[in-house]
Structures are given as structure tokens and as C-alpha cells.
Design a protein around this ligand. Structure first.
Ligand SMILES: [Zn+2]
Length: 419
């Protein structure tokens, strides 16, 4: 087992997993109530005691804390908003814009190691860590995860692309971690310097974070440069959240976090497959931040992954809560519309959401560039694909003249008025 998985927890049976999460949650609640004045206040205001929060179901009794809220709490009670145990020795303090101050959670937490392990990073690898080591949590926490799987780290941080190329060459770097756009810049720089990146260097693996990985860029890395790519997802306030395994399907949720998907409008939890905000509780005994609202949109899948890990999975990141438009109770995110426009690259379209007879009405405007767009067959194909991606049905198709839809406009416009 240890060959294929970071640890046995990744393959717990459903009852084992439930018991594990409930136990860890209860421990954090008990300790948090004892050690964090903010947690005590939140509980007291709601008339709750630690014995009221014993299961994942009970967690819903606590409020969701957004990043904005966390910034307010920390400003009111610096530096950690009362969420931190004041008696523990903190190794280091990170900061992110806001400002938000985050205590490092100590060395017991396998932060990012699950992701690197699943991506095949091992002892013997020499990894270029191009995440920033300055102020923010990124560089050092990714570094810790790499060390935990046995890899040797080159802490190159945000050095110039030219310096990164030199390091790759001189140190025989075998893997990269950082943003996909920076790896792209490094490859371009190497080519400018006269190297053949694929044949002159040994970079065969990459784990990306902090930025989406466009499908086209992934293909370029894998097919043109022979680099096996993986995505990792986390948030600076709560650490690693989910990662890709060799199947490169939905992302496995880490065993150190509880992930809920919540309708941002109502605060209610939604079921598998339904899109909502990712809300995270990191199980730890230092920083008692329950139910952190990431502002990112996704849905959960509970299907089994062929890799053998049994965790629930996130279906990627569809965008930010504020950028999505809700139609008949379901979110349509900009990233979904991008997928559709990539499928129909020659078609200019825009969606309008209006309200007719107390019901959301979705109109598709299509620029009639040629005969195909005007055919019923094409429109059906478009509508079906749209429904497949967004799970919402288009009510009406409207053909408009070429040039009517301004190219800088959003792909979806909300015309509803709520009075
Ligand atoms: Zn898997």
C-alpha cells in the first residue's frame, strides 16, 4: 500500500472515513472552545457547547467565515482574530493581502505531501520550487510537502526565468512546482537561450498551483515537452484542499480538511454534483478557523476513483462566487462558458438572464455568421452541449446580426431586477 498512496488514510472505507472525520472534528471543537476566545464567543452567541458539534452534520450550526470577515476579526483582535491558541509556540507567521495573518500549523500536518505523492514526486527527484518564499505561505509550505515525500528542493522562488533555466541545467532538475504560466515563461526563455527544452533538460513532471491550468497549455506541456502535469488546489488561509491523482479526473480532497459545498445566497449545504461555494475546515490544534468560505465555486463528486483513493472529490474550480450568475437555482460560471466557447470557436454568443412570470428565462443570442449557425440542428447541438456543461436549459435562441455582440462584453448578462 505504501507504494501507491501517501498513507492508509487515503483508502479508508466509508464508515472509517466518517468516524475519522467526526473524531478529528470533535477534538478540534473541544480544544478550540477551550483555547480560542473567538471560537468561545461564536459558540456562546449561538448558545452552543462543544458537545453540540460532534459530526459533519453538526458543523452546519456554525457560521461560515469569509475572507472579508477574517480580515475584520484580525483587525479587531490582532494578529489572528482570536482564532489561535495563544499558548502555542508558533514557528512562523505568514501574510497574504488583506492583510490576513496565518500561523504555520506545525510539522505534524502533511501539507501538500499528498498532492506531490499522487503526482509521483519521490526521493531522488530534484524539484525546482518556483513559488514565492517571501511573506506568503506558498514557497515554504510547498517546500515542506516536497521534503515529506523525499524530494530534494531547489528553492528558486521568483528568480528570473533565465536563472531558473540555469538551475534546471546545472542541477539536473527533474520536476517543477509553481504556476503553469511561469513554467511556460521558463521554457520560452530556454528556447531563446538556444536550448531544446525537451531534449537538453530532464524536467519530466510538474505540479501546479495558484492558477488554473488551461487544457491547451496542459497539452503543450505533455505532448510537446514530455512533462507529466498535475494540479493542486488550496487556499492560503487553510492550506492544501485537493489534488489530482494519475487519473487526472476530479481532485481528491485531503484528509486534513473537511470540505462542504454551500449555496452562497442561502448558506445551505448542497448535495453532490450541485455547484456552490467551497467551505473548508482544516483539522488542526493551533488555528481554530471553522468553516472558512473560500469564495471559489465547485461541486463534489462521490463516485469512486479508479486509483483506489476513497475521498470525495472536487470537480475543479469553476470560478469565483461573485463572477457566477445563478439561473433557476444553478450557477453558471465564466469558466463553464469558456469551455463552451472553446467547443464552438467560430461562434459568437452571449446569454441573457431575464425574469418572465416569476421564472428565470435564459436567452441565447447567436451571431448569424453563416448558414450552419442558423440551422435547427446546430442550435440543438449547442443547446445540448450547454446543458451538459451548465446543467441549465436554454429557453430561447435569438439570431442577431454580426457585430451586435461586443467582443469585450461578458458571455452572460444578468438583466433581472430584484425589487
Ligand atoms: Zn484518484
Amino acid at each position: 500500500m505504501s507504494q501507491e498512496y501517501f498513507d492508509d488514510k487515503e483508502c479508508m472505507s466509508a464508515p472509517e472515513r466518517e468516524a475519522y472525520y467526526n473524531r478529528r472534528l470533535s477534538e478540534m471543537v473541544t480544544l478550540g472552545y477551550e483555547r480560542s476566545k473567538r471560537v468561545r464567543r461564536i459558540f456562546d452567541e449561538r448558545g452552543l457547547t462543544p458537545s453540540d458539534i460532534k459530526t459533519l452534520e453538526d458543523l452546519k450550526k456554525l457560521p461560515i467565515i469569509s475572507r472579508e470577515k477574517l480580515i475584520d476579526f484580525e483587525a479587531e483582535d490582532p494578529p489572528f482574530g482570536g482564532f489561535c491558541d495563544p499558548t502555542v509556540e508558533i514557528d512562523r507567521i505568514f501574510t497574504s493581502p488583506g492583510p490576513v495573518y496565518e500561523p504555520h500549523l506545525g510539522e505534524d500536518d502533511p501539507l501538500w505531501a499528498r498532492a506531490y505523492y499522487a503526482a509521483g514526486f519521490r526521493k531522488g527527484d530534484i524539484v525546482l520550487n518556483a513559488f514565492s518564499y517571501h511573506m506568503v505561505a506558498a514557497g515554504l509550505t510547498f517546500h515542506g510537502g516536497l521534503r515529506r515525500v523525499g524530494a530534494t528542493v531547489v528553492p528558486s522562488g521568483t528568480s528570473s526565468a533565465q536563472q531558473q533555466v540555469q538551475l534546471i541545467r546545472d542541477l539536473k532538475v527533474s520536476a517543477y512546482t509553481g504556476t503553469p504560466s511561469f513554467l511556460q515563461a521558463i521554457i520560452k526563455k530556454a528556447e531563446e537561450m538556444g536550448y531544446d527544452f525537451r531534449n537538453d533538460f530532464g524536467v519530466r513532471r510538474a505540479a501546479f498551483g495558484a492558477e488554473p491550468l488551461p487544457m491547451s497549455l496542459r497539452q503543450t506541456f505533455e505532448e510537446d515537452y514530455g512533462i507529466d502535469t498535475y494540479q493542486m488546489y488550496g487556499a492560503t488561509e487553510v492550506g492544501d484542499i485537493a489534488y489530482e491523482c494519475r487519473e487526472k479526473g476530479p481532485w481528491h480532497i485531503c484528509e486534513e480538511v473537511i470540505v462542504e459545498i454551500v449555496d452562497p445566497a442561502t448558506g445551505e449545504n448542497v448535495g453532490p454534483g450541485v455547484m456552490g461555494e467551497i467551505v473548508v475546515t482544516r483539522l488542526n490544534n493551533i488555528f481554530f478557523l471553522f468553516r472558512f468560505g473560500t469564495g471559489d465555486l465547485s461541486s463534489i463528486t462521490v463516485e469512486k476513483c479508479p486509483c483506489g483513493r476513497t475521498s470525495h472529490m472536487l470537480n475543479g474550480i469553476a470560478g469565483r462566487v461573485g463572477d457566477a450568475v445563478k439561473v433557476r437555482g444553478l450557477f453558471i460560471a465564466p469558466s463553464q462558458l469558456k469551455v463552451i466557447s472553446e467547443r464552438f470557436p467560430d461562434v459568437t454568443f452571449q446569454l441573457l438572464v431575464s425574469r418572465i412570470a416569476d421564472r428565470d428565462f435564459l436567452t441565447l443570442k447567436l451571431e448569424s455568421t453563416g448558414t450552419e449557425v442558423e440551422s435547427v440542428e446546430f442550435q440543438e447541438r449547442f443547446k445540448n452541449y450547454f446543458r451538459e456543461i451548465c446543467t441549465v436549459k436554454i429557453d430561447k435562441v435569438e439570431l442577431v446580426k454580426v457585430g451586435t455582440i461586443p467582443s469585450e462584453d461578458k458571455l452572460i448578462i444578468d438583466q433581472r431586477k430584484w425589487e
